[in-house]
Ligand binder design. Structure first.
Ligand code: PA5
Length: 458
């Protein structure tokens, strides 16, 4: 993987870019903070470097996947947020959006509360041939818990064997672990200190990958390669230090939106994974030392070339409040050369002998150049190819970059206090017993909130 930060620099326009000396000074200033992250990665005190070695390990994951692959035509994967987004990105990258048309077992990811979707799945899935995999690190997240209850019942009614269910969570004395023990089902563990959005390289992402025939060891191999580069490269040639320092400095120059323009549909789900990782890890009200900081930049995933015909107009001419990352692939698999089918039509004949990949690559460079020319800072991540090590490495790179950003902003990248209150309200209003003392308060609050509605009817 290569990282090009050169187009974050423009000494002629330091309002929108960094100058060479600014970047040099930032790298120097941030080196001590970077070294702390580097040594925490090295000595594995940061959980991302232990994702695949603490908790359930690859050989055990492979055994469970093999048993289910041999027995089932379908897998229904239930989870939400970090528990499923990583796998969705892996699947899209390595097997593409049409995997279920020819792949076996087919895999269906249910990662929202949507009764229409649930009813549709229930109507066409034959539960005698469908395995259930339920991923929830905490086990208390309401959406996957409700979906699990719903499909567990259907599975049992169809005569499904509870011991074939897979549950993936962290090791605790709690409901999800009790249920797994009671069912006598497969139980895999995510390291306790690894939040969902960093769990793609743990059992949460590796088991589903193995289920669809993606080698977990190859994903881990790519992550390890990037890990080794981050922990061994000197400060002045370290991509995390340079890019992280530049992104933090550009945020101070009002570039408060971080666009990741992913080139190719194989990367579209990766964009969603990135949005969650960046937003949930870095958007914090309070710093580690207790000051109100409202940190973070807003992630926005765009898809090239498709979004050149959508948001690019705004990117180029709208508010100059964004920094643009491009994710591109160097060696695409071979593809057919276009033929000269309409030689007398100049809008068509120039494609002769080019491939679709040629077109995508030229479009990416043209878009990046034109944004740079318009005073918009850009950087580029280039993956070697479309392989498991490539996506494994990209996941790890983004996770390490996020953690380094959090270090610069002095915030905790592993918590998500902002989502707790809404979750607690849901528990109380839905009648969860341990939230009963809060129920009256939230019902009152809801009543007052609704009173303030200003309804306009059409
Ligand atoms: O990254 C996170 O911690 C969250 O996005 C979680 O993945 C998400 O809330 C689901 O949580 P759980 O896996 O506990 O069900």
């Amino acid at each position: 993987m290569t990282v090009d930060v050169g187009h974050l620099i423009n000494t002629q326009d330091t309002a929108n870019f960094l100058s060479n000396s600014e970047l040099r000074n930032l790298i120097e200033k941030n080196t001590p903070a970077f070294k702390e992250v580097q040594s925490a990665l090295k000595d594995q005190s940061l959980p991302i470097s232990r994702a695949w070695t603490s908790g359930s390990k690859v050989p055990e994951i492979k055994l469970v996947a093999q048993a289910l692959r041999e027995k089932y035509e379908n897998i229904l994967l239930i989870g939400i947020g970090g528990s499923t987004l990583g796998f969705r990105a892996t699947l899209q990258f390595l097997k593409g959006p049409f995997y279920n048309l020819t792949g076996s077992p087919r895999i269906f990811v249910l990662d929202n509360v949507d009764s229409i979707l649930a009813e549709q799945l229930a109507s066409f899935l034959d539960f005698r041939k469908t395995a259930l995999a339920y991923i929830s690190k905490s086990g208390s997240t309401p959406e996957p818990a409700a979906n699990f209850i719903c499909f567990y019942k259907k599975y049992r009614d169809a005569g499904g064997n509870p011991s074939d269910i897979v549950i993936i969570c962290d090791k605790k004395d709690n409901g999800i672990n009790h249920i797994a023990q009671e069912l006598g089902c497969y139980l895999l563990h995510i390291p306790g200190d690894l939040p969902g959005r960093y769990s793609v390289l743990s059992a949460a992402g590796l088991l589903p990958a193995e289920l669809v025939g993606i080698d977990a060891n190859s994903l881990v191999e790519g992550a390890t390669e990037v890990h080794n580069a981050i922990v061994s490269k000197n400060a002045n040639e370290n991509a995390i230090l340079a890019l992280g320092s530049a992104l933090a400095a550009l945020a101070n120059k009002e570039k408060t939106i971080h666009v990741l323009f992913n080139y190719g549909n194989v990367l579209s789900e990766f964009g969603l994974w990135f949005e969650q990782l960046w937003a949930e890890s870095l958007g914090k009200e309070t710093s580690i030392s207790g000051e109100i900081v409202h940190s973070g930049t807003t992630p926005f995933a765009a898809l090239g070339a498709t979004d050149q015909h959508s948001v690019l107009q705004l990117f180029k001419e709208g508010p100059n409040d964004k920094v643009y990352g491009f994710v591109t692939i160097d060696a695409w698999p071979p593809s057919t050369r276009l033929t000269n089918e309409f030689p007398t039509e100049f809008e068509y004949s120039y494609f002769a002998d080019h491939t679709l990949t040629d077109l995508l690559k030229v479009e990416q460079l043209s878009t990046e150049m034109s944004l740079f020319k318009a005073g918009r800072p850009c950087y580029r991540l280039t993956l070697r190819d479309v392989s498991a090590p490539a996506i494994g490495g990209l996941f790890y790179f983004m996770e390490a970059l996020t953690i380094f950003m959090a270090k610069l902003w002095n915030v905790n990248p592993f918590n998500q206090p902002g989502v707790e209150e809404g979750k607690n309200m849901t528990y109380a209003l839905m009648g969860r017993a341990d939230f009963a003392p809060k129920r009256e308060e939230y019902e009152k609050a809801l009543e007052n909130f609704e009173k303030q509605s200003y309804l306009l009817t059409l």
